[in-house]
Design a protein around this ligand. Structure first.
Ligand code: HEC
Ligand code: HEC
Length: 227
């Protein structure tokens, strides 16, 4: 009986490990090369024209596309989007060999001509209307609320709306599956090791030691977006 259970457990672990393996699909490879072609031609001051390079992955309204691992961008603050774009361009994010999706985004950011193009893009994204992301992570929202209030809210704000003075982005309204993955990257030191902002999160990540804790907190953050 115990052996049988153990076998089921091992098989489940194996399946989990396989499905968890990050990989870039043929679809997203195609989107990436299309994006680079668009960026090579668009005027650096026209955010709308530049955004055509982004929409194959992030969606025409910035709503994200989970199948391509690209998060929604619309509920995020402009100052944070700008900082991330610069981090990708300057190799502070998406440079780690295990950061598969970050590397993909960094390759695209590096084809942007200059900071003016980033400003134009961010202003255009800010003009798109917000949306409530689909719930994909289900945890114990009440337990998550306790943790969130104790550990995360001091920087990310009581409603996870973000706090620019503390360099902390909004979390409410960001795709829940993306938050889980980013937290995992911080915990493993794959994101944030070479970046003074990201390093704060690398230091914070051990505050949620188990995957269940992360699921609970993210589930609470998602509930804030639905209000
Ligand atoms: C080929 C697909 C693809 C294209 C095209 C693309 N992105 Fe991304 N982008 C991604 C992926 C995948 C991620 C998630 C990276 C990660 O998991 O760390 C991402 C992440 C981001 C982030 C970080 C968001 C956050 O909350 O941390 C920003 C900002 C961003 N992209 C902006 C853009 C802009 C602007 C463009 C157009 C110039 C663009 N992207 C084009 C795939 C793409
Ligand atoms: C000391 C302040 C601080 C605390 C406390 C903190 N964070 Fe952060 N967090 C940050 C900063 C700063 C960033 C931006 C990192 C960057 O620019 O790459 C961030 C980024 C994030 C991101 C990435 C968001 C995105 O769109 O890419 C997630 C997810 C996150 N934090 C979750 C949490 C959770 C969950 C907690 C509570 C366990 C928490 N944070 C506690 C400062 C903090």
């Amino acid at each position: 009986m115990i052996i049988k259970r153990l076998a089921v457990f091992v098989a489940a672990l194996f399946l989990f490990a396989c499905s968890d393996e990050p990989s870039i699909t043929a679809d997203s490879q195609e989107a990436a090369s299309d994006a680079k072609a668009v960026l090579a031609q668009a005027s650096a001051s026209d955010g709308k024209a530049l955004y055509i390079a982004c929409q194959a992955c992030h969606g025409p309204k910035g709503q994200g596309n989970r199948a391509l691992n690209a998060p929604s961008l619309v509920n995020q603050s402009p100052w944070y989007l700008k900082r991330q774009m610069l981090a990708f361009m300057e190799g502070r994010r998406g440079a780690h060999p295990e950061d598969t999706f970050g590397q993909q985004m960094a390759a695209i950011a590096k084809t942007l001509p200059d900071q003016a193009a980033v400003d134009a893009l961010v202003a255009y994204i800010d003009s798109l209307s917000g949306h409530t992301p689909e719930r994909t992570v289900k945890g114990d929202t009440k337990k998550g609320e306790d943790y969130y209030t104790m550990v995360c809210g001091s920087c990310h704000g009581p409603k996870a709306e973000g706090n620019e003075l503390l360099d902390s982005p909004a979390l409410a309204g960001v795709d829940d599956w993306y938050l889980v993955r980013q937290f995992e990257l911080f915990r493993k030191g794959i994101r944030g090791a070479d970046d003074k902002y990201g390093r704060q999160m690398v230091m914070m990540a051990p505050a949620l030691p188990t995957d269940e804790d992360v699921t609970n907190v993210v589930s609470y953050i998602q509930s804030l977006a639905e209000k």
